[in-house]
Design a binder for this molecule. Sequence first.
Ligand code: GLA
Length: 385
Amino acid sequence: MASKILTTYERTFKSRPEKVYLSPCRINLIGEHTDYNLGLALPAAISKYISAAVGRRNDRKIYLKSLSKPYDVIVDLENISNNPKNGWGNYPLGIFSTLIKRGYKLPFGLNIVYQSNVPIASGLSSSASLLDLTGFIATNMYGFDFKPEEIALLAHQSETEFNGLQCGVMDEFAIALGKKDKCILLDCATNKYQYENIDFKDLSLVVIVSNVRRSLIASPYNTRVAECKKGLEILKPHFNISSLSELKVSDLEKCRNLIRDDTIFRRVRHVVNENQRVVDFVMASKVGNIDKMCKLLNESHESLRDDYEVTGEYLDYIHEISLKYGALAERMTGAGFGGSSIALIHKKDYESFKEKVFNDYDHKFGIEPLIFLAEICDGLIVKSL
Ligand code: GLA
C-alpha cells in the first residue's frame, strides 16, 4: 500500500516524503449511541487503514492529495475555512484550523498524499480515521508531541466545530488508542478508558459492510442527538442528572410516566439499557459466558432497531439472515442508517456463512456486501523514511 503513495508523492512534489503515517478504522462491540450521552462504549481498532506520505513545504500552503479523489485541495494556512469546494479536504483542513484556533503556531506548510483501504461511508469510521491521522501528522510534524487521547480530542473538536457533526468521542478514541487484540472500555463522561481482553473462544468476529453509503451529516444522526437532549431536559428536574447515562434501568418506569412523547421515551430507554448492556457484556466476558455475550449483542441490535430506529432495512436484513445462517450474535456497529454490522460465528462455519450471507443479500438488494474477519490492531503508526 505504501509504495503507491510514495511514488505519487515523488511524482507530484519532485521530492521524497519524510514520513509515512497509518491510521486504522474501528468497530464497536457494544455501547451504541451512548457516547454523546456520556455513557459507555466498547470499541476496537481494526486493520483497515488510511495511510499518508508527508513532507514539509517551503511556503505556508497545505497541499492535500488523495489517490481515490479526482481533485487536490490546496489551501493557505492563513486562509482555512469550511468551504464546500474543498469537499473531502474539509476533514483534514479542520485539524489545521482547530490547531490555529487553539493558538498553535504552524510555521510551514505540508504536502500530504492519502491512500485508503477503509470502505468509505461504511460505518467503520473512515472520517474519524482521516481526522485522527491528520491530527497525528500535524502534531508530529510540528513537534507538539500530543498523546493519543489528545489527538482524539483534537479530532473530535475539529469534527464537531469545523465539520458540524454533533458526534461523541468514541470513534476518535477507538482509533487513537487502538491496541492489538484489545477492546477499549471507554467512559465518555470522563474520557477514562481501560483495555479489555474479550475472549470469543472458538467464535470468529466478522464484519459485514452493507455497502449502502450514507453521510452522517445528511442522516438523522443530529436528530437523535437532539431527541436525547430533549429527553434529558424533561428528566433533569426529576432526577439529579446531567446526562441520560446517569439513569439506571430501574429508573425507566418513572421516566415513562414523565415523558409523554413515546418516541423520546424510547430513545431514552435505548440509551439506559445499552449502557447496562456494556457493563453486563464486560462482566459476561470476564467469566467466559459466551451465551450471555451473544444475547446482549442481539438485544443491542433489537433496541437500535425498535427503540432508537437507526438500523434501517439493509442492516435489519443482514441481522436476520446472519442469525439464519448460523451466527450466534449479530448487531449493527457504528451510527447505523446503512453502514456495517458485526457477527459472531463458529470458526469452522465462517466460509460457508460468508458465502450464504453474500449471496442472499446480493440477491435481495443487488448490492454486494463486503464480509471479512475483524483483526483488532494497534492505533496510529508513524514510520520515518
Ligand atoms: C458514529 C459517531 C459516534 C457514535 C456512533 C454511534 O460512529 O461518530 O460518535 O455516536 O455513531 O454509537
